[in-house]
Design a protein around this ligand. Structure first.
Ligand SMILES: Nc1ncnc2c1ncn2[C@@H]1O[C@H](COP(=O)(O)OP(=O)(O)OP(=O)(O)O)[C@@H](O)[C@H]1O
Length: 241
């Protein structure tokens, strides 16, 4: 799956939230997406899932079955958990949801109305509906937030299984919940740019920090270039210059 020069803004006069994103996501990749609050992680995940369309650029090669677990599952729906999962299963061609209810430790919730679920329990429903159809692209937005420890512990294994079947897994995560996975790939969003952080170049020397002054409109391009070369770079607030 490939992103080519993907840019996105919510409204015509708004600033771009994502600008010129290029990336190649390969079958078997598990990708951790990081960025500060409001950087555009959820926006990018929705673009990847096909729930929003790029304002500019293209996304090609998206796997046919996409599972999307949102950061907040919409619980304002008039169903019990079981009725909701049965409904999604029918839409997914009879996909089996029961094993996921067991694996995500939510069997005790099945007769609970969605509207009465806690955030963490709602989150499990979001995960179960995303996982039940064996997605070729699994996207999870902050899946570790609000989950109990046992369910959190199951997620790396689940991500590895989806990737092991040739799926692509993309997860936004503040908490480093997937860090133990071998081969975990990292992408980051900052200042609207998507980049793949590299380890800083090793010179055997102490790291030093330098200040560079340049015209404001050159900043995004400058930051993107130096990050591509593997350096850590960020804008500094006026007051600390
Ligand atoms: N529906 C929307 N309409 C207009 N602007 C939006 C909308 N959703 C998000 N934004 C803006 O887009 C930017 C990126 O938001 P987004 O939710 O993608 O960031 P995020 O990195 O996921 O943040 P967080 O970690 O806080 O969830 C923010 O400035 C946000 O205010």
């Amino acid at each position: 799956m490939r992103l080519s020069q993907v840019s996105f803004r919510y409204r015509r006069r708004d600033a771009f939230v994502i600008e010129g994103a290029d990336a190649e996501l390969a079958p078997g990749n598990v990708i951790e997406l990081t960025g500060v609050n409001g950087a555009g992680k959820s926006t990018l995940l929705r673009l990847l899932a096909g729930l929003s369309r790029p304002t500019r650029g293209t996304i090609t090669g998206r796997p046919a079955v996409v599972g999307f677990a949102p950061d907040r599952f919409p619980t304002a729906q008039p169903f019990t958990v079981a009725a909701y999962l049965r409904h999604v299963s029918r839409m997914r061609g009879g996909a089996r949801w029961e094993p996921w209810a067991e694996r995500l430790l939510m069997e005790h919730l099945l007769e609970t109305p969605l509207s009465e679920l806690s955030k963490g329990s709602g989150h499990k429903v979001g995960l179960a509906q995303a996982l039940m159809a064996d997605p070729g692209l699994l996207i999870m937005d902050e899946p570790f937030a609000g989950l109990d420890a046992e369910t959190r512990a199951a997620l790396p294994e689940i991500a590895a299984e989806v990737a092991g079947r040739g799926g692509i897994v993309v997860v936004s995560d503040h908490q480093g919940g997937l860090r133990a996975l071998p081969g975990l790939r990292h992408l980051a969003v900052a200042d609207g740019r998507l980049y793949e952080p590299q380890a800083p170049p090793s010179t055997g020397n102490e790291l030093v920090t330098v200040a560079v002054t340049l015209p404001g409109d050159e900043l995004p391009g400058f930051l993107a270039r130096v990050r591509e070369e593997g350096y850590r770079a960020r804008e500094i607030e006026e007051s600390t210059r």
